[in-house]
Design a protein around this ligand. Structure first.
Ligand code: CO8
Length: 258
């Protein structure tokens, strides 16, 4: 029997790993893959034992974009009814930090998928790009907005309007990637960061993620107000008391997630 197109693994305590597994199609995102990623991230977001998630592909490809063969002959209404954008929103809405571990190609919807994550770890040979214009469409999973916000108008325009690929180093230099590591170490490094996060108080982690994301869409005054309220809320948590007392008592904190 063939393997599922998305695999779930538990590489470390508190860490969930979601792996896109369509090597024969360079991990192109067909509807089944999108539904499964969305389902697994939704489940992990509700699971107290999962504190951080790694999303990855294989050594050749993170994801080579939307499945072109699946959409080549589709019409407008069919594209609407597929509900792809709704699936995408559940990924962005995952309350746990999601780390993209990118080896190989992250193109089109694959680049957008990585940009939907919170941290991007890329292998030295990873290739990013928004090549949609070359096949008669535009980025539709957030590329025109997230790439522009990450790297600025002029660099984003260059890549979106030409469809040219760019390297992991270029992505890092532009601020699109959090870290570049040797190809063989991408997953290990992403899991290490996820483990680090998994040991931290989960409410603080969740509110920190929310504050950053909500703030990106809001005017500065509203964003700062949201941040202040989020901070104040954390003073009702046991983990805030434990974290601060442990610091004062010079011992390791024991976080309960409450
Ligand atoms: N869709 C479907 N099949 C693909 C895709 C894809 N995106 N990418 C690769 N494949 C398939 C190939 O057709 C090929 O299949 P077969 O063996 O049956 O011929 C197999 O994967 C291997 O591909 P290649 O032989 O081309 O492998 P290479 O290593 O030579 O090249 C590349 C790899 C550079 C990744 C190349 O395959 C490529 O350019 N792929 C297409 C990249 C692309 O244009 N991506 C953008 C797609 S459009 C998009 O993502 C827009 C999203 C909008 C909707 C979002 C809604 C939320």
């Amino acid at each position: 029997m063939s393997q599922p197109v998305v695999l779930v693994e538990r590489p470390a305590d508190g860490v969930g790993l979601v792996r896109i597994n369509r090597p024969e199609a360079r991990n192109a995102l067909n509807l089944e893959v999108r539904k499964l990623i969305s389902r697994h991230l939704t489940e992990m977001g509700k699971d107290d034992a999962t504190r951080a998630v790694v999303l990855t592909g294989n050594e050749k490809s993170f994801a080579a974009g939307a499945d072109i063969k699946e959409m080549a002959e589709a019409g407008t209404i069919e594209m609407l009814q597929r509900g792809i954008h709704k699936l995408w929103r559940t990924i962005a809405a995952c309350p746990r930090p999601v780390i993209a571990a990118v080896n190989g190609f992250a193109l089109g919807g694959g680049c957008e998928l990585a940009m939907t994550c919170d941290i991007i770890i890329a292998g030295e040979s990873a290739r990013f790009g928004q090549p949609e214009v070359r096949i008669g469409i535009i980025p539709g999973g957030g590329g025109t907005q997230r790439l522009t916000r990450a790297v600025g108008k002029y660099k984003a325009m260059k890549y979106i309007l030409t469809g040219e690929m760019f390297s992991a180093k270029e992505a890092f230099d532009m601020g699109l990637v959090s870290e570049v590591v040797p190809d063989g170490e991408v997953e290990k490094r992403a899991i290490e960061i996820a483990r680090q996060i998994a040991e931290l108080p989960p409410l603080a982690v969740q509110l920190a993620k929310e504050a950053v994301l909500a703030g990106m869409d809001a005017p500065l005054t509203s964003a700062l107000a949201f941040e202040a309220k989020s901070l104040q809320i954390l003073f009702s948590s046991q983990d805030q008391k434990e974290g601060m007392r442990a610091f004062i008592e010079k011992r390791k904190p024991k976080f309960s997630g409450r």
